[in-house]
Design a protein around this ligand. Structure first.
Ligand SMILES: [Ca+2]
Ligand SMILES: [Ca+2]
Ligand SMILES: [Ca+2]
Length: 260
């Protein structure tokens, strides 16, 4: 992924100063992630002249190649399907799984039934289910199989890549909801804390120290605040990036038990 521009920029980096970052090539990776983040933020306002630069950078850095499934991508999506979405563990995803998912989120966050957040949580789950069913339940049996799920995520990944990080609305609503879930545990202050991050991923039986280490690495040793934009960026990387050092893939490695 490093082209001449990045090679030039990284040649000035002083490796001796980066000991605490360990194996990560700190300067160039941080710079690249920051650029993607700026491009992503700016791309929300297409009228902004600065967006042309952001758009160009995002295309150059993240979206320059066509999306292709690989083994790691399939493994991440299988995790999403079987652990996050197939709540009753019967091997297919149905409306009732989405209902259960919403209930679990309400129980974890203590958003009370009828509150704005609880209403949004239920709306997001209903919308995502409808979108999923509409896009990939081709045999219309109200069940989504793992193969149908992989098709859905591939369509999303292709759309994000071809349209410069434009996320389909149902999936975008879901990613934002997960941010609100992670943000609200600890303090609902617009950023994900280590505590919030640990309390969600602990439910997947991942040891606390592993989750803490992963979060620290994702946030470049705590240098980047995990605010909404950075979470969305990480989630997009989880879906499309082939860069194994990107925050989204660090998360992917943790979820698929490849992280140590
Ligand atoms: Ca199920
Ligand atoms: Ca089906
Ligand atoms: Ca928070």
């Amino acid at each position: 992924m490093k082209n001449n521009l990045w090679a030039k920029l990284s040649s000035g980096a002083d490796a001796d100063k980066n000991d605490e970052i360990g194996k990560r090539d700190f300067d160039i990776d941080l710079f690249r992630e920051m650029m993607i983040m700026i491009g992503f933020t700016l791309s929300m306002d297409m009228e902004n002249p600065g967006n042309i630069l952001g758009d160009m950078l995002v295309k150059q850095i993240g979206c320059e190649t066509e999306f292709k499934r690989n083994e790691f991508w399939i493994e991440k999506q299988r995790h999403q399907f079987y652990v996050w979405f197939d709540q009753d563990r019967n091997g297919v995803v149905e409306k009732k799984d989405f209902d259960k998912n919403a209930k679990n989120i309400l129980a974890l966050t203590k958003w009370s039934e009828g509150s704005d957040m609880a209403t949004r949580c239920n709306d997001v789950m209903n919308t995502l289910w409808k979108e999923l069913k509409h896009v990939v339940d081709t045999n219309s049996d109200d069940k989504v199989t793992i193969d149908e799920w992989l098709d859905f995520m591939e369509k999303i990944s292709r759309q994000i890549k071809s349209k410069t990080m434009e996320i389909p609305s149902g999936y975008s609503g879901y990613l934002n909801l997960v941010f609100d879930l992670l943000d609200s545990l600890g303090y609902g202050d617009g950023k994900i804390s280590t505590k919030g991050f640990v309390s969600v991923y602990r439910t997947f039986k991942i040891p606390d120290d592993v989750i803490e280490k992963c979060f620290k690495e994702m946030t470049y040793g705590g240098r980047i605040v995990m605010a909404r934009d950075f979470w969305l960026l990480s989630s997009i990387q989880f879906s499309i990036s082939t860069d194994m050092n990107s925050p989204g893939n660090i998360l992917g490695k943790m979820l698929t038990e490849k992280y140590d």
